[in-house]
Ligand binder design. Structure first.
Ligand code: AHR
Length: 488
């Protein structure tokens, strides 16, 4: 393997490390928002432990309020005194009553507390152009206007800064079951009235394709590419099939290998959607925004099937590392990615139960990888040994490298094999490096996960399997592991 430390291949936007919080199950309510009167320790109604955990991840951007929920969310129901807010049924997610206690003001305050940028997704499926237009006015207009005055009456004098705005979500499915031709026209119309007030500049994100729907991307880019800044793409890693999902735990080695293969599929999807985007946007002005990714398993037994609550094991850690490596590789086109979802839903970094919290293996990978945020992406030249288990041979090693502003080099390595270690020799070119340190996340049990009873079963540890001499890095990568090395 060669690491070309002097060859920058672009910049890894920190927004690739974005998150997503939907009004779904116990993500917003219980997971983030408990209200000021809760017995659970909170800061202005937000769980203090969750704030601390998410802050520690250096979350750059948070997407809200959905997801499918976005296309039936009516923002005016979520402002003003909480007791008076209209209640609604969350028809997508468990049919539960949504009391709208967490609305626009609460979301922006959450972003302030997390020191991250907001990304709001508007309602195209069941909302009007006027409703979307007025939401943007409410949030970002500084002068005198019906919406800005209403915001002030609700306690917020200054407009908020809002850059990322999604015009609908999954409009091929839960967001209206539209054809791309129809959505492209709606996108053009709705986005027209999302105005740039004062010096606030929206980065407008069109609802993109589902998985490998290349016709959707082609149509959107052709008909509406010049009106957008970003196009979203959703792809979940689902062992089994959409109809017959498998469990988060209790998997065998074949399930492990299948999951690795499905995670790697993200590379092909980005490559092929990007090739279409390149035809219409060779300058790569329009970002491919992977605003939903992660594992999707059967929900934990005994939990509400509409809540999408699942455990998270070492296998999820590998899925996370593989995805981040792929996003880095495509950083010229992938301007943002958002893991689904931040707390208690799907591949969550944080799980809660009552006043307890656990950090999942996915959390630890995100934390270990956060050193790559905003770095120069470096070229790695290598042929991975192969991992064959079941039908499909896969590369055994997924890797990525970057350099930060101080010249430190970071190399992340994922060993996808459930059973074989790998000995790697890496020639570091174009940089004087004298020392290497590292951290590893692994376990002898492929199903290792953290629970409320045993929250520290799998955690990052110091890695001592790497050495550096005369620009040659040697590294023994254990099976089923994620490693982040720092060379200086
Ligand atoms: O993340 C869960 C759901 O998955 C989202 O609401 C939807 O956009 C996607 O289908």
């Amino acid at each position: 393997m060669k690491l070309k430390a002097d060859k920058s291949k672009g910049r890894i936007s920190r927004h690739i490390y974005g998150h997503f919080a939907e009004h779904l199950g116990r993500c917003i309510y219980e997971g983030i928002w408990v209200g000021e009167n809760s017995d659970i320790p909170n800061t202005e109604g937000y769980r203090t432990d969750v704030l601390e955990a998410l802050r520690n991840l250096k979350i750059p951007v948070l997407r809200w309020p959905g997801g499918c929920f976005a296309d039936e969310y009516h923002w005016k129901d979520g402002i003003g005194p909480r007791e008076g807010r209209k209640r609604m049924v969350n028809t997508h997610w468990g049919g539960v009553t949504e009391n709208n206690h967490f609305g626009t003001h609460e979301f922006f305050r959450l972003c302030e507390l997390l020191d991250c940028e907001p990304y709001i997704c508007g309602n195209v499926g069941s909302g009007t152009v006027q409703e979307m237009s007025e939401w943007v006015e409410y949030m970002t207009f500084d002068g005198e206007s019906p919406m800005a005055d209403w915001r002030r009456r609700n306690g917020r004098e200054e407009p908020w800064r809002l850059k990322y705005f999604g015009v609908g979500n999954e409009n091929w499915g839960c967001g209206g079951n539209m054809r791309p031709e129809y959505y492209a026209d709606l996108y053009r119309r709705y986005q027209t009235y999302t105005r740039n007030y004062g010096d606030n500049r929206l980065y407008k994100i069109a609802g993109g394709p589902n998985v490998d729907d290349y016709h959707w991307t082609e149509t959107l880019m052709r008909e509406a590419g010049r009106f957008m800044d970003g196009l979203s793409l959703h792809y979940y890693t689902i062992p089994g099939s959409w109809e017959q999902k498998k469990s988060a735990l209790g998997f065998d080695e074949a399930d492990w290998a299948e999951t690795m293969g499905k995670a790697l599929h993200m590379d092909e999807l980005i490559t092929r959607h990007s090739a279409i985007m390149d035809q219409y946007d060779p300058e790569k002005r329009v970002g491919l925004i992977i605003d939903e990714w992660g594992t999707w398993f059967l929900c934990e037994p005994g939990t509400n099937p509409g809540f999408l609550y699942q455990q998270n094991s070492l296998r999820d850690a590998l899925v996370a590392g593989i995805h981040l490596n792929i996003f880095h590789k495509h950083c010229g086109r992938v301007h943002m990615a958002n893991l689904a979802q931040a707390v208690n839903v799907l591949q969550a970094p944080v799980l809660t139960e009552g006043d307890k919290l656990v950090l999942t293996p996915t959390y630890h990978v995100l934390e270990m990888y956060s050193v790559h945020q905003d770095n120069e992406y470096l070229e790695l030249v290598f042929d991975s040994p192969m991992y064959t288990h079941g039908s499909q041979p896969l590369p055994q090693i997924s890797a990525t490298a970057s350099r930060d502003g101080e010249g430190r080099i970071y190399l992340s390595l994922c060993n996808l094999s459930h059973c074989d270690g790998a000995s790697l020799t890496i020639q570091v070119e174009g940089a004087e490096t004298a020392s290497v340190t590292g951290r590893i996340l692994t376990h002898s049990d492929l199903e290792a996960h953290n629970t409320f009873e045993a929250p520290d079963r799998i955690q990052p540890a110091a890695f001592r399997g790497a050495s550096l001499a005369n620009g040659l890095l040697s590294c023994a990568v254990p099976a089923a592991s994620v490693i982040v090395l720092e060379l200086s």
